[in-house]
Design a protein around this ligand. Sequence first.
Ligand code: ZN
Ligand code: ZN
Length: 281
Amino acid sequence: MKVKFWGTRGSIAAPGKDTILYGGNTSCLEIILESGRKILIDAGTGMRPLGEHYIATRATVDILLLMTHIHWDHVQGFAFFDPIFKPSSRIAVDGFPAAMKGLRVIFDNKMGDGFFPVRFEDLKAHIDYVGELSRHAVTIDNTRIDAIPLNHPQGALGFRFQEGKKRLVFITDNELVKDGPSGKGLDDYVRFCKEADVLIHDAQFTPEEIDHHRGWGHSDSASTLDLALKAHAKRLILFHHAPARKDADIAAIIERCGNVAAEGKHDIIVEAAKEGSEFTL
Ligand SMILES: [Zn+2]
Ligand SMILES: [Zn+2]
């Protein structure tokens, strides 16, 4: 499978000179399976340039959109994803049970008319909610997808993709604690991430910041590295960068994680998600 980061930031888009390297757009990933099937994770603001890319390359938009949850940094890009205005587009939505509510609310907020000039019903694309992944594993072509509940206000889901021998785990908006509100704790996440070739995980905070942000539903870089090491992940990619985190700060976090891994003689690659970057596994 091929994975591309279209949005890596958390909480709110953060464009500007300090976020050029790691990116300012919020959560959106594109996964292309060996079969060619396209799966997107999240509809953050990174979905806007992805839509422009699809239109410019005349790509067939027949996608599965997996929603981790519906906080605004994960849905805001949907209204600006140009393929929603094309009748040839097919978007199957799965993942978080309230995913459709989150995608519709920008268009149909009855409480505050005036948020957006287009109604959801005016969209030309075929948009359907599948609603399977929160209940059981799903197999798409030769790839099995599992979901796990996350420790995050109002809940969220993480996803694991198994294509042949290759394993990718994507978990954002998750606070790594022993026993969390989702009913899942660190041991459950270690099991879920076991032997991942690539683990992408929320690391919004530094170890110094996390104590002031307990209960916010995010992790710090040290806990995230600890999870990756316990799970024997081969490669860890930190995700959901704090909006105020500058490129140089993220580079320093990576260096610090790398030093901890090296001191423990752990053979793991630690990186931070970069908008526009891609990898194949
Ligand atoms: Zn978020
Ligand atoms: Zn969230």
